[in-house]
Structures are given as C-alpha cells and as structure tokens.
Design a protein around this ligand. Structure first.
Ligand code: G6P
Length: 622
C-alpha cells in the first residue's frame, strides 16, 4: 500500500530511486513520483500517473533529473483518486500540484499510510492561510510539518516530532527541507520503513529488496521514531527529540531471491519456489524427529495450558487459518475459532485465560491484523505471530514469533508464503498433539515424515503443469466459477477461488459443498464451471453427490483428488490428481493446481498477473 524510497550520497539519485521503486511496485502502482535535489538548488519534482515505467520514460530513466539526494513514491490510492495532482511527492508551498519542476517549498515529502484526522488538521491549516491543491492526507502532513517548522524555528526533527504528536493514523514519511541540502528526514508509525547505510551513501525504503542491491546493512526504525539521514550516516531520535541508538542488522538473504530469475512472472517463479519455501520452513521446525519450538518460545507448559485457540488473519492468510482449524481440532482437540482480522478487532469476543491468539501474516504489516493483535494483547491473550517478513511490526509486537522461511514474495497474489504458513501451522498442530498426548509416538513420527515429504510432492505436481495450462485455455471464457469442498477441502476451495478471481477477474465463489443447495445452486446453468476438491476420503461421496447435483443442472465439472481415486473420472469432465499424503496435510498439495489454474487463466486473458488491478500486496490501511 504505497512504497517510499530515499537516497543521499555521491551518485545520481533518480536512477537509484527508480530502481528501488521498481522493487516496491507490488505495494501500489497507480501513480509514482520523485523529488531530487542538486546540491543546494531547489528540489525538482516529477510525477506520472499509471505504472512506474511512465515515470521512468518521463525522466529519461532518471537522467533528466540531476542531483544526489532525493525521495520517491509509488502509490495505491487511499485519499483522492489516482491522478497527477494526488500523486506524491507533496509540497508545503502553494502550487498547482499537477506536474513537474522546481518547487518553491520549504518541505517536500512522500508518505505511506493513512492519516485519520487529516480533515480536522486541514481545517486548522486553512485557517492559518495554507492553500491545498490535492485531496490527499499526505499534503496535509507535509504542510503541518511546514507549519511547525516555521512556527518554532528549531529545525526539522522538532517540526516532525510535533507533527507526530498531532496526527492520528499510520505513516512512513520521508521529507526533504530546503535549508538542509543532502539530507532526508524520516518518521514512522505502523507503516514499514527500513534505513540502509553504505560507506558514502544512505538509503531508505518501505521494504528491504528496494535497497539490497546497494547495501545489506539495515536499521529497522521503530514506531514513533525519527531518522536524520545523511550520506553514510543516520541518527535516530525519539518523540522527545532525544537521540536513540538502534542496532544495525545484516541482511543475509540473496538479492537474486527477489528477481524473476528467468521466469516470465514473479507469480510463476514463486509457485515454483514452493518446494524450497516449504522445505526451509519445515526444516526450521522439524529436527531429528522432533519439532523444535525453542526459537518460538512456546514451551510444553504453555501448550498444555491452552484451552482455546483463535486464529486471526486477512486474505490468503485467513484461508491458512481456515485449514489449520480442521487440523488442530482433529489432531489436538482444542477448540479453534478463525476470525477475519477486520472483524475480530471490532467484536467483543470473550478471551479467557488459556487463549492463544495466532496472527498469520506474510508481510507482518497488514493494518487489520496488527490491530487485531493489539486488541488480543489488551484483552490478556497470549499471542503468536506466524510471519514471513523478519522484523515486521506484527513480528515485533507479538509475544511469540514463528517465522516462515518463504523468502521475499513479490507477486501480489500470494503462493509460496501461503504454502509456508500452512506447513508451519501443521508442524505446530503436530507438536501440540504430541505434548498433549492426543496422538501416539508412532503417529507423531509418521506425521513428521509426511510433512518432510511434502516439498517433493509439490515438485511432482509442478512437473505436470502443462495439463493445467491446457485446461485453463478451455475455461478462459468462463463468467462464473464455483469452488466447492467439505472440511479441509472447503478451506482449499476458498484459496482456489481467491487465486482465480484476484488475477483473472473472473467472478468466482467458494462454497462448503453441502451449503450450495441453500440458494447458490440457482446460479448454476449450462456450462457453469464447478471445481470440486475431493481429497478427504470421509467426505468424498458427499461432495461427489453435490457435484452431480450441479451437473444435472448443466455444470461443467473439474475435480481435484488423490492419486488412485480414479472413479472420479466417471463423474467429472476433467480430473487433476495429486500425490497421496496424510489427509491433514493435503491443502499443501491441492492448492498448487489451483494456483496454476488462476495463473494461466490470467495469462490467457493477457492480464498483469503480478500486479492485478485495485490490489496491493501489503494493505497497511484499514
Ligand atoms: C492482501 C494481499 C493478500 C494477502 C492479504 C494479507 O490483501 O493481496 O494476498 O493474503 O493482504 O496479507 P498478509 O501480509 O497479512 O499475509
């Protein structure tokens, strides 16, 4: 949800900023802009609507914008439509805001986040003679900083901290002040921001891949802190303006992991990285026939004391929760509730002693999931975060963290992070079952073996991807697709349906197969595609019957089932087989053909698979 970058050093800033923004485009891509300063000259601003290449073209790949210090932004609109006027950077002075050129302003800034009380602040500033050109909350913040800067005349840090005290909401801000050439000032609350340093340069960005090409030494600026960023040196301050020191972290993962590596799209690359993401995550937890939760800090005593588990998440991470509830209830026997984070935060769910709230999030920054975590903590629950991005806010605020090892995920539609989350939850369930004595030692050993075998089975499914590619060309003209299943198969259907609709823009719905007859079946007509997930032997016949009900109303059927279940072919038009595994872990396999189906359908429609319209990978607004 918007990406910001900053640079100050000896090199030309604009190409470095554009390069960084390209790595952040997954965070939003409806407009982009740069502000660059050449020595003590005024900052030059250039903006463009649409994807980043338009800004790159407009600035001759950054060459037409000289200067060694600058900030940049890629936008996912929250306040104000995606227009030139609303594109960042925003400035403190009076101007048309529509285009390019030197800005006669004391402050220029970019922002990721959302300022909740911007209307009230705008009123105040209007009263003080400020004139606004955009509909954005960002212009209000930049002008508020300018207001305090001029009123108190004690420098940027003080102006920024006063602003931080006054605004409500979330922000990662990067600002340049006319009187401080060669420096960028940054502030953060609840939106991600990292700052990197090299010998003679400093960088800031919403996410590590944006600067990894240049440095691996990174500071994770904390909530309510300010940074003063000069070439090769960074100072941090708290809200009182007192200097604080932060540890420098060395990034150990490979920059190549965030590149396409020969694949046409990040999504296809990430689908193929699933065996590795799953293996790495399983191996970090399963060691020598044991599940090792020492790094997570979940002791046997804690596990024994649990009486209730609440899983809270958004989007695909919520689907992981839906799958995990069946596995935990079946293996461990603890009651599990799965809640959408956006609902959980406003409900008055009783949270008793012995409740563990598990927040699942790839980015660790999703605003609703973060708010739900805070609510859970306030109500006295013990919290566990299952997070992919190291050092993210949710990871830092939860009592316990289990990191998935999926590596950086760039495509907006998640695949490998989802799969890593699934196996992390599975390993947790198996360990809880062992500790609480709900499975035998033999069952425990077998389940761990099955978990370790999943990466290879995913690889085998991927080897047969051409069949899915062929089928996707047959269904490319579908208008409506229904995904149905029962139990775990329902949880997989939810993810299959989301993958399809978010990247192919074909309307699809997931239904618990038994629920279809209570209304939705009236939508089935000649040629409607119904995809049945049929991996749970106990529920197989039931779902097949529901599919037959659809077929008799004209539906065209696809089934996903386990190798050996050949009788499915008597009932459906197209069958996909997945390798046999313990039925608790089948989601990790059955989801793969559905990811591929969504991917190839999107390609058949000629759509931008990695950056579907209206979406953003990390949703840091409510
Ligand atoms: C966005 C993404 C989804 C993701 C959800 C939760 O909506 O498009 O793919 O599942 O956010 O994100 P998180 O980072 O919390 O897992």
């Amino acid at each position: 949800m918007c990406g910001i970058v900053g640079y100050t050093g000896n090199h030309q800033a604009a190409p470095i900023l554009l390069d960084g923004l390209a790595k952040l485009e997954y965070r939003g891509y409806d407009s982009a802009g740069l502000a660059v300063r050449d020595g003590s000259k005024l900052a030059e601003v250039v903006k463009a609507t649409g994807k980043l290449y338009r800004l790159a073209d407009k600035t001759d790949q950054g060459r037409s914008l000289p200067g060694t210090c600058g900030i940049g932004h890629t936008r996912w609109a929250t306040h104000g439509d995606p227009s030139m006027i609303n594109a960042h950077p925003h400035v403190s002075g009076n101007c048309s805001g529509s285009g390019s050129g030197a800005v006669e302003s004391d402050v220029v800034g970019v922002h990721n986040g959302i300022i909740e009380n911007f209307a009230e602040l705008k009123e105040k500033l209007l009263h003080h003679g400020y004139v606004f050109y955009s509909d954005t909350d960002t212009e209000v913040v930049v002008k508020l900083v300018d207001y305090y800067y001029k009123k108190y005349k004690i420098g940027p840090i003080d102006a920024i901290t006063r602003t931080m005290v006054r605004v409500r909401g979330s922000y990662a801000l990067a600002l340049m002040f006319r009187d401080y050439p060669g420096e960028v000032f940054a502030a953060r609350k609840d939106s991600p921001l990292i700052i990197g340093t090299a010998d003679d340069a400093s960088y800031l960005a919403s996410d590590v891949p944006a600067i990894l090409k240049y440095t691996r030494s990174v500071y994770y600026i904390d909530n309510l802190q300010v940074a003063r960023v000069a070439p090769g040196s960074v100072k941090f301050y708290d809200l009182n303006g007192d200097e604080v020191s932060l540890p420098l972290t060395e990034i150990t993962w490979d920059a190549a992991a965030a590149e396409k590596g020969g694949y046409e799209h990040f999504m296809l690359k990430e689908i193929h990285e699933q065996p590795t993401a799953v293996r790495d995550t399983v191996n970090s937890l399963v060691k020598e026939g044991r599940v090792d939760l020492s790094a997570v800090g979940l002791t046997e005593e804690i596990i024994r004391s649990l009486t209730q588990i609440d899983i809270v998440a958004c989007g695909s991470a919520w689907h992981v929760g839906m799958a995990a509830q069946y596995v935990i209830e079946d293996l461990v026997g603890i009651p599990v509730r799965v809640e959408l984070a956006s609902e959980f935060r406003y409900r008055s769910l009783p949270i008793g002693e012995g409740t563990l709230v598990i927040v699942i999030s790839q980015s660790g920054e999703t605003a609703d999931s973060l708010a739900a975590l805070r609510v859970a903590k306030e109500r006295g629950a013990l919290t566990l975060a299952i997070v992919n991005v190291i050092g993210s806010t949710i990871a830092r605020e939860a009592d316990h963290v289990l990191y998935t090892l999926a590596g950086p995920e760039i495509a907006v539609a998640t695949t490998k992070a989802y799969s890593a989350q699934l196996v992390a939850m599975d390993a947790l369930a198996v360990e809880m079952a062992r500790v609480r004595g709900t499975i035998t030692a033999d069952q425990f050993g077998r389940l761990l073996e099955e978990l370790s075998a999943i990466p290879d089975k995913i690889r085998r499914i991927l080897e047969d991807k051409e069949r899915i590619q062929w089928f996707s060309s047959k269904i490319a003209n579908a208008h409506d697709i229904f995904f149905i299943g029962r139990g775990l198969d329902y949880a997989i259907s939810l993810e299959g349906s989301l993958k399809m609709k978010e990247i192919s823009y074909i309307h699809s719905e997931a239904y618990a197969a038994g629920e279809l007859k209570h209304g939705t079946i009236s939508l089935i007509e000649n040629g409607t595609l119904v995809i049945g997930v049929l991996t749970q032997s106990r529920l197989f016949e039931k779902t097949i019957s529901n599919m037959a009900e659809c077929k008799s109303r004209g539906a065209y059927l696809m089934g996903i089932t386990t190798n050996g279940n050949f009788s499915v072919e008597d009932s459906v038009n197209f069958t996909v087989y997945i390798p046999k595994t313990d039925e608790h872990f089948v989601s990790s396999l059955a989801v793969v053909p559905l990811q591929l189906l969504g991917y190839y359908t999107s390609i058949n429609h000629g759509l931008d698979v990695d950056k579907p319209r209206n979406l953003a990978k990390s949703v840091t607004v409510e």
